[in-house]
Design a binder for this molecule. Structure first.
Ligand SMILES: CC(=O)SCCNC(=O)CCNC(=O)[C@H](O)C(C)(C)COP(=O)(O)OP(=O)(O)OC[C@H]1O[C@@H](n2cnc3c(N)ncnc32)[C@H](O)[C@@H]1OP(=O)(O)O
Ligand SMILES: O=C([O-])CC(=O)C(=O)O
Length: 376
């Protein structure tokens, strides 16, 4: 009797490995990083503290945090060669392609490119974390015909990013909302981009390659690219009053509604209430409620008619728009944050590595002879 082979398309419900970095609990719509509830981290920690936590397993004390922040600030500068390459990118290229290429380039010039020891991978992760925002901001400004703004070592991570994009640092509430978004985007178990990064690392390839591949996976609209798609969708809807009719029209065409649904959470994404709160704060700060009012209608109708909840990209999209970012920068900002989670997973994968290599169930034609050219 032949064995029944079960194929799990999309790896739905498959446990591919163990991990001690984060835990998603869909039954309670909750998420912890190294045992801490993500909403508590958002209220009590900075993004830099969360990165330290993800990479080291514990929150830093003041001296450890100061040292970590100093390292991040000291590693921001891009090489003249990378700046030259960034200047030559097509100006209409998507910034996701620019940051993917920039991280790959950083890998070629990294002084420790051939060293995949844990200590070297950690130093490389820090360098990628520090340099990625500089490359994102430079690519964004160059695409608009503006000169890049050099990183400022007197500014923390979030403030420095705003300064490099806009030439100024916004109000504290804006920085806080941005930092919260980075904490929420930092890590989420075996999502598609993280699994991609782990797969690359499992071949003992370098961390720049793993993160380059992670960025490639994150770009798709079913994953990180959804935060941009959400904002394009909100802009298509003329007013909150017209949102329900617009959505019902989408249902008629069986269209995907961006920013809704999730592979793991089926009754609500753990991160949405916190991100929504900060998106609403942004709407107050800017004095523009249109996007949040339209969002509220979409969320209500999606739940009533489809029983589908929003995911993190749904409130993050309008939050970034209200912060003043151009839409093509939304997913690159997700990259800047998720570098922390990808790196934690690369370190974990290599600490107890086994090549990731699943099987495929062949459904093609049976073996057959190669016909000569004259018979084809
Ligand atoms: C940070 C992140 O990456 S979060 C995810 C961001 N992505 C998006 O917002 C894109 C829109 N959402 C989706 O495409 C999906 O919900 C995914 C890709 C996130 C999850 O996909 P899956 O786990 O495969 O969901 P699945 O296909 O099982 O969905 C179940 C049902 O809900 C429907 N559904 C799921 N999401 C949506 C949506 N956004 N709009 C409309 N219908 C949806 C599916 O069509 C399916 O219907 P069916 O049973 O009639 O075929
Ligand atoms: O977990 C997932 O599949 C997608 C997601 O929410 C994330 O990567 O943050």
């Amino acid at each position: 009797m032949s064995e029944k082979i079960e194929v799990r398309k999309g790896l739905v419900g498959v446990y591919a490995d163990e991990s001690s970095i984060s835990k998603v609990m869909p039954e309670t719509n909750s998420l912890t990083y190294r045992g801490y509830a993500v909403q508590d981290l958002c209220e009590q920690a900075s993004f830099e503290e969360v990165v330290y936590l993800l990479w080291n397993g514990e929150l830093p004390n003041q001296a450890q945090l100061d040292a970590f922040k100093a390292e991040e600030k000291n590693n921001r500068a891009l090489s003249p060669a990378l700046m030259k390459v960034l200047r030559e990118f097509p100006h209409d290229a998507h910034p996701m392609d620019a940051i993917r290429t920039a991280v790959s380039f950083m890998g070629m010039e990294d002084p420790e490119w051939a060293d995949i020891s844990d200590a070297a991978q950690r130093r490389k992760a820090l360098r990628i974390l520090a340099k990625a925002p500089v490359a994102v901001a430079a690519a964004a400004r160059l695409a608009k015909g503006l000169e890049p703004i050099a990183p400022d070592a007197s500014l923390p991570y979030a403030e420095n990013f705003f300064n490099m994009v806009f030439g100024s640092v916004p109000a504290k509430e804006v920085i806080r909302a941005f930092d919260v978004s980075l904490i929420l985007y930092a890590e989420h178990t075996f999502n598609a981009s993280t699994f991609t990064a782990r797969t690359v690392s499992s071949t003992q390839a370098d961390i720049h390659g793993a993160i380059t591949a992670g960025i490639a996976a994150l770009k798709g609209p079913l994953h990180g690219g959804a935060n941009e798609a959400v904002m394009h969708m909100l802009k298509e809807i003329p007013s909150p009053e017209e949102a329900e009719a617009w959505l019902l029209g989408k249902f008629d065409h069986k269209a995907l509604v961006m920013g809704f649904g999730h592979r793991v959470y089926k009754s609500g994404d753990s991160r949405v209430p916190t991100m929504k709160k900060y998106a609403e704060i942004m709407a107050e700060v800017v004095g523009d409620k249109r996007w949040m009012n339209t969002s509220a209608v979409l969320a209500k109708v999606m739940l009533e008619k489809k029983n589908i909840h929003p995911n993190l990209d749904f409130p993050a999209g309008p939050a970034y728009y209200l912060m003043g970012f151009d839409i093509p920068l939304f997913t690159p900002i997700f990259v800047m944050s998720r570098i922390s989670g990808w790196s934690a997973h690369v370190l974990e994968q290599l600490a107890d590595n086994r090549l990731i290599r699943p099987l495929s169930l062949y459904t093609g034609v049976e073996q057959r002879p190669v016909p000569p050219m004259s018979a084809r």
